[in-house]
Write a protein that binds this ligand. Structure first.
Ligand code: NDP
Length: 284
């Protein structure tokens, strides 16, 4: 079915969202502070307006993807959103989302907060995730249109802040691994080995890494810290090896220093012979 959709914000992400909607024959109206970014989309069949009021009134479904929530507030200062379904896809904190939800609701709109866990080029693919939270009615009404943007729509509840929390938690998990990987690259480089091959190997063992995260999450949830298969002390020792390799290979090691600092706190608290999940007791 052909729906009217307005897309507010045509940066790297917003322009791809609008492009996908136009390609799937939706009736798309776009708005962007810098008009030039709409030119290509207009050629493809989108309507452009430089008037935010006109852009919002053109469609019952309004998708926002600008820099952040502060910019969204600036843009929506006086705009009438009564009866609209507003979907915020800019990245923010749970508190940002709660405030936006309260503001949009007070003006008579249905509000859905979304968080995209992908790059622009990954949009439109079946395995691309977007988290959503807030109005379930808004989610159900817009699901068919949202499916055009990403295949994996993860509705995580009515609490408006939930999607942002999931997104930041997923980003933390991903970048935590990335920083570990960056140090791994320095180890490989210091031995004159192949960085691309390291990337391939990590990709190949990613189900094993995922399994470790999953079982650690279960341990945390159940406060199950005792009788480990590999103790926290054994994990800490691998970071001592990394420190020694860094000295021998003459490379900087901020990541192992950071991790070993936490391991030493856990050791000092007497968690050495517990499960790795016991690290949570230090972090809390
Ligand atoms: P860009 O920097 O490419 O685009 C930023 C957008 O915000 C532009 O449309 C820009 O307008 C607009 N903007 C910035 N400041 C103002 C302002 N003061 N008034 C009006 N408009 C303003 O960012 P992206 O498109 O990459 O990202 C947009 C959102 O999507 C962000 O929240 C980002 O976190 C999120 N996101 C991005 C991902 C990515 O990989 N790119 C991945 C997942 C989420 P103008 O064109 O006029 O400058």
């Amino acid at each position: 079915t052909r729906e009217k959709v307005s897309v507010i914000g045509l940066g790297a992400m917003g322009s791809v969202l609008a492009h996908l909607l136009v390609k799937e024959k939706q009736e798309v109206t776009v708005w962007n502070r810098t008009a030039a970014k709409a030119e290509q989309l207009v050629k493809e069949g989108a309507k452009y307006t430089g008037d935010i009021h006109a852009a919002v009134s053109a469609s019952s479904l309004v998708i926002i993807c600008v820099l952040d929530y502060a910019v969204t507030n600036e843009i929506f200062g006086e705009v009438d959103v009564q009866g609209k379904t507003i979907i915020q896809l800019s990245t923010g904190t749970p508190q940002d989302a709660r405030e936006m939800a309260a503001m949009m609701k007070s003006r008579g709109a249905l509000y859905l907060d979304g968080a995209i866990l992908a790059t622009p080029s990954q949009m439109g693919q079946p395995s691309t995730p977007i988290f959503f939270s807030g109005s379930q009615t808004a989610f159900e009404r817009s699901e068919a249109v949202l499916k055009i943007l990403a295949g994996m729509l993860l509705y995580v509840g009515e609490a408006p802040g939930a999607a942002a929390a999931w997104d930041l938690a997923a980003l933390s998990s991903m970048f935590g691994m990335m920083f570990g990987f960056f140090h791994g690259v320095r180890i490989i480089e210091s031995e004159g080995l192949d960085v691309a091959a390291l990337g391939n190997m990590i990709a190949d063992i990613s189900p094993v890494l995922g399994q470790m995260v999953k079982s650690t999450a279960d341990d945390i949830q159940q406060a199950h810290y005792t009788s480990p298969q590999s103790s926290l002390e054994i994990c800490a020792l691998s970071f001592e090896l990394m420190m020694r390799q860094a000295a021998e290979g003459n490379i900087k090691a901020p990541f192992p220093v950071f991790a070993l600092g936490l391991f030493n706190k856990a050791r000092a608290a007497g968690y050495g012979d517990e499960r790795l999940a016991a690290m949570m007791k230090v972090l809390r």
